[in-house]
Design a protein around this ligand. Structure first.
Ligand code: AMP
Length: 215
């Protein structure tokens, strides 16, 4: 039985990129709270407008809103999930265990990377809003400049909150809160740490070893 996976790591640590690979190869479902929030913003609902103001500032959205969105989008009886971007606060980690997972077998994977590398990765990150593909102008550029490889004619975007001043704030928030979350999973005994400054393929290999060993 494969574990439910909880990906921990700063913005730009490569969680989303690795998640996509596990989705394609092992049938995991990728549940990114950032993606769910951006989807809500795109819908333009009153809730979406409220969320937009918060996300633009690079600060965290209210726990209850994020938890509700997460619950609306997951069916743990039917699928294996990768939780990406959640938990971001210690209370969210507890809520994930007590309200969502309720004893279902899970594994937390911590993608460790130093801040300077993260800043560089995020400054060069471009995403396709249509299919979610993630590119890096330096390390993984699209075949045609500025356009998604998979969605004909769809232009890639630089997320507004990936701009340097907002990124610095997001990284600051992440560092402040991470230690307690990592500690929480360490005490529970289901934490695996991953050296995420390595190249894409090396990280994938490590990740698969971890999941296979536990699965
Ligand atoms: P991400 O795509 O994971 O980097 O998330 C983008 C933004 O969405 C964050 O900077 C937060 O404003 C918001 N967000 C994502 N996940 C959460 C969460 N678990 N709790 C609160 N806010 C979140």
């Amino acid at each position: 039985m494969k574990p439910q996976l909880i990906f921990l790591g700063a913005p730009g640590a490569g969680k989303g990129t690795q998640a996509k690979l596990l989705v394609d190869e092992w049938g995991y479902k990728h549940l990114s709270t950032g993606d769910l929030l951006r989807e809500e913003i795109r819908k333009g609902t009153p809730l979406g407008r409220k969320i937009e103001k918060i996300v633009k500032k690079g600060i965290l959205v209210d726990d209850q809103i994020v938890l509700q969105l997460l619950q609306n989008h997951c069916d743990l009886k039917a699928h294996n999930y990768i939780f990406d971007g959640f938990p971001r606060r210690l209370d969210q980690a507890k809520a994930l265990d007590d309200i969502v997972l309720k004893g279902i077998y899970s594994l937390a994977v911590y993608f460790k990377v130093e801040s300077p590398l993260l800043l560089q990765r995020l400054a060069n990150r471009r995403v396709c809003h249509a299919c979610g593909a993630i590119y890096n102008l330096k390390f993984k550029p699209p075949k045609e400049e500025g356009v998604c490889d998979f969605c004909e004619g769809v232009e890639l975007t630089h997320r507004e909150d990936d701009r340097e001043d907002t990124v610095r704030k997001r990284l600051g928030i992440f560092e402040k809160r991470t230690a307690s979350i990592v500690d929480y999973y360490k005490k529970k005994g289901n934490l695996h740490e991953l050296e995420a400054s390595l190249g894409l393929e090396a990280i994938t290999l490590e990740l698969k070893k971890i999941v296979n060993k536990e699965g």
